[in-house]
Ligand binder design. Sequence first.
Ligand code: NAD
Length: 714
Amino acid sequence: MPRIETPEAPTVSTVHSSLHRTGAGAVAVLTIDNPPVNAMSMAVRIDLLAAVWDAADNAQVQALVLIGAGGKFIPGADIREFGKPQGAGPVISGREVIAALESCPKPVIAALGVHALGGGLEIALGCHFRVATSDCKLGLPEVSIGLLPGAGGTQRLPRLVGPARALELITSGKPMTAADAQDSGVVDELVDGPLLEGALAFAQRVLTKARPLQRVSERNQRLAGTDAALFTEFRAKHAKKWRGQIAPQRIVDCIEAACTKPFAEAYAFELAAFDECKASAQRAALIHAFQAEREAARIPGLSADVQPQPIRSAAVIGAGTMGGGIAMCFANAGLPVWLLDANPESLARGRALIEKNYATSVARGSLSQAQVDRALALITGTLEYAAIGDADIVVEAAFEDLVVKKHVFQQLDAVMKPSAVLATNTSTLDIDKIANATARPAQVIGAHFFSPANVMKLLEVVRGAATSPQVIVTTMALAKTIGKTAVLSGNADGFIGNRILAVYGRECDFLLEEGATPWQVDRALQGFGFPMGLYLMRDMAGLDVGWRIRQYREQFRDKALRYSPIADRLCERGRFGQKTGAGYYRYTGRDGSPDADVERLIEEVSREMKITRRAVSDDEIVSRVLSAMANEGLKIVGEGIALREGDIDAAYVHGYGFPRHQGGPMYWAAQQGWDIIHDTVTRLHAAQGALWAPAPRLAALAEQDRQTRALIPA
Ligand code: NAD
């Protein structure tokens, strides 16, 4: 018989139903199958709702098991649908699916494996019972993209774990382990063997014992009598961290509503709060930040044959501030690491510092003693290059001195196996000069960690002229293994991040000369969302290092360009920041307070520069500093040093404290409109000269935005 071709593409269901007999009756197994990870797309919601209705109506079915294909439950919303307009088809919300699950008259069991996150966990909380494999991660991470769980997560989770724990979990977005989820009542049972078999056995026991259906929305015991102070104190504790952010504050409101209002009312409150977050500019900025981070890992133009080589062991040269932190990154990821130093005392000091840092993590509760013991056992100190030859990667973090680094790389060249990646953590030196000290420059790359290396998420991966594509992809993949966000940079002074930081600092300094004070600049930047203003940050890091670098670079400085001597003047007076009790601020312990001496020093500089001081507004500070950063960012992309603007945003969010909910400097500029940035840049260029030279692409981007603006009705 000839095949009949249908004009439309066949619709593939994302949920398959099958009937399984157990000793206590038939169980409908609904399998969510939405490759690659079973994300919750609109199609999944539609198909799941239909499958639940069918199973509820089917007289043969005694119970339902909800599971994901390949044992993976739902990891959250389908990011392929982020920011896309709703299609013309039917619209089913997660809330409708959950209502069908929760009100089903037959027991519904969620079988959780690998991940049950976001909307996935909300679906699971809508089921009557939950079983999970021990490797499953459960959580509500919506806050990281500017949202809150809008399908009952803020209402059902507190009913199981209690409001105090729910506040921590949902405002941090951090997942729970399956064991923790079982202890706190989210999971009824952990499954040892195959998940489906375990879930069916559990269903059989529920049927045999005729266990009553547990509708989470009806379980109010853990909410009763919650002290209102819990919320007041939680808000106060996080006020600084959440400054200007909507989602975490609304999450607290929703959990408070769960404790003070009947379910239906609080559930409606959650939806309104969700809609508010969804409509906010912050949400769009956070989605951008999320996508920029993912995109940064992609390197266009590489052949598919170029695959990362496995990294199973590492070595770090230099057991100082950075080397110790880098070794911790490897050990935390379960990789054995050699820590080599030229000097036995430095090695011992480095080891002691690592132990101290780990002890702090245990005290804070971010790592368990068992995790720390495992990590410490993976770090082996050595003074001998011969010991490290078999490591798959070595990261050099010795002194920032080209002669020292060349010498280190010659020794590495002599001992490392041919396939080893040879990375340097230099901040300022030329990768090619270091690479050329070896007979294998293709294996050499920059791996620029940020301080503290075990905490900061950014890793600038710097490609030299000879670095091989495989070494690049291996280093990018390694970044992921050790939990870093990698951004690829060309080999140019300051790479991406520090080049923009120089412009950021320069403009702040000029604003001081023109009329602002350090505390005003810091207040404006913190008001924008930076956790710490520039001057507090400089004081914390210490002003002497930058001073020494400036003294060395003085010989190369273009004397025709405007230069602010304020930082140098502070150093000349021995004001090196927190460590000397005085810098831009005066310190009692770590608390800085404004200092009239500094104000006088700045006024003196203004007089010398013949600048008439004027009132500078907080808005001007933010707009001028960010416009300068964005203009520099465009130059960096134009020169091919960064692959795309989003990489600059990712670098700034993860390495420089740029508020994630503002998206990044390039995103900020695009939101303002490049025409506005262009106006600022050209005005300052006319007034201040070459430092403000517009990026070559700025005029074209401005013209585009001007035209778009003209189309928008006033
Ligand atoms: P550090 O002075 O704290 O540590 C350097 C260590 O290297 C010392 O323990 C020293 O004994 C050891 N060392 C020196 N020469 C050596 C050699 N030939 N062989 C083996 N060990 C040797 O310095 P740091 O602050 O950790 O900086 C290390 C590198 O990281 C520098 O290149 C620096 O520019 C870069 N970096 C530093 C930061 C930061 O904030 N400190 C940030 C990013 C990158």
